[in-house]
Design a protein around this ligand. Structure first.
Ligand code: ADP
Ligand code: ADP
Length: 234
């Protein structure tokens, strides 16, 4: 059951005489229910790849298919709806609204979709339990720890039941204990709520929580690690 198919994409930035090749022929596939990590150093093309998948940026060549929809050919008008319906985003810097409580931050996307308050309440309670954030739902972001804020951001990304969750350096602003808690939350989102996750990071510890890890450098995938697939055991 294919959710994402990235087919030989290239991305150039800049104009003649000053061109950067940010992506140099990337191909990858993600099936429903996978937790995929992409690991690479700064400048290797991770954010560019995510921005192309999330249609914030346009590929130069190649195609990206999400849920059988070719998003590289999609019109601008349809793209907003595509992002809202199919994708969940988690950023390094949380991106919560400071004027809303945790609960309200999570509820916002659902409210916009005209889902009734009772159903919203049920959805939020279920996700909050999985992420262990029930005690902070009524707090404002500035009253929470970084780890709690990021788990609220996770809840917001997942509560709309997107086909694919995109996470860009989600542990980048967290200390090691909060990072561990967050990554355990990702594991639960993946196992219990069957979220399909694509996580990019420069950090090996963070990447190690994914089930499959691609290694990227200079805009190319140069290796792959599939966990639990150690041939020495056979
Ligand atoms: P990473 O997320 O792995 O740090 P990026 O995707 O941000 O890598 O960057 C990949 C390459 O593309 C780098 O060489 C970077 O300098 C370049 N790049 C990224 N965004 C732009 C842009 N808007 N304009 C020009 N070059 C860019
Ligand atoms: P890096 O991955 O290189 O550490 P960041 O993740 O901080 O860098 O951001 C790189 C780029 O990702 C930004 O220039 C921006 O285009 C995009 N980005 C980051 N946060 C957001 C956001 N909240 N909404 C849209 N784009 C974002």
């Amino acid at each position: 059951d294919n959710i994402l198919s990235v087919q030989n994409i290239e991305k150039y930035y800049g104009k003649k005489g000053n061109v950067t090749k940010a992506l140099d022929g990337i191909s990858l596939n993600i099936d429903k229910g996978e937790f995929l990590g992409i690991m690479g150093p700064s400048g290797s093309g991770k954010t560019t790849l995510l921005n192309c998948i999330s249609t914030i940026d346009k590929v130069t060549t190649g195609e990206i298919i999400v849920n059988d929809k070719n998003i590289t050919k999609m019109r601008t008008k349809k793209l907003d709806k595509f992002r809202r319906d199919e994708l969940g985003f988690i950023f390094q810097d949380f991106n919560l609204l400071d004027t809303l409580t945790g609960y309200e931050n999570i509820a916002l996307a659902l409210t916009i979709q005209e889902i009734n308050p009772k159903k919203i309440d049920n959805l939020i309670k279920k996700v909050a339990e999985t992420l262990e954030i029930s005690p902070v739902l009524n707090k404002y972001p500035y009253e929470m720890s970084g780890g709690q804020q990021q788990r609220i951001a996770c809840a917001r990304a997942i509560v709309t039941e997107p086909s694919l969750v995109l996470a860009d350096e989600p542990t980048g602003a967290l200390d090691s204990k909060s990072s561990r808690l967050l990554l355990e939350s990702f594991e639960r989102l993946n196992k219990e709520l069957e979220a399909t996750i694509l996580l990019v990071t420069h950090d090996a510890f963070t990447a190690s929580y994914a089930n499959r890890i691609f290694f990227i450098k200079d805009g190319k995938i140069f290796n792959e690690l599939v966990k639990g697939n150690d041939s020495r055991k056979e």
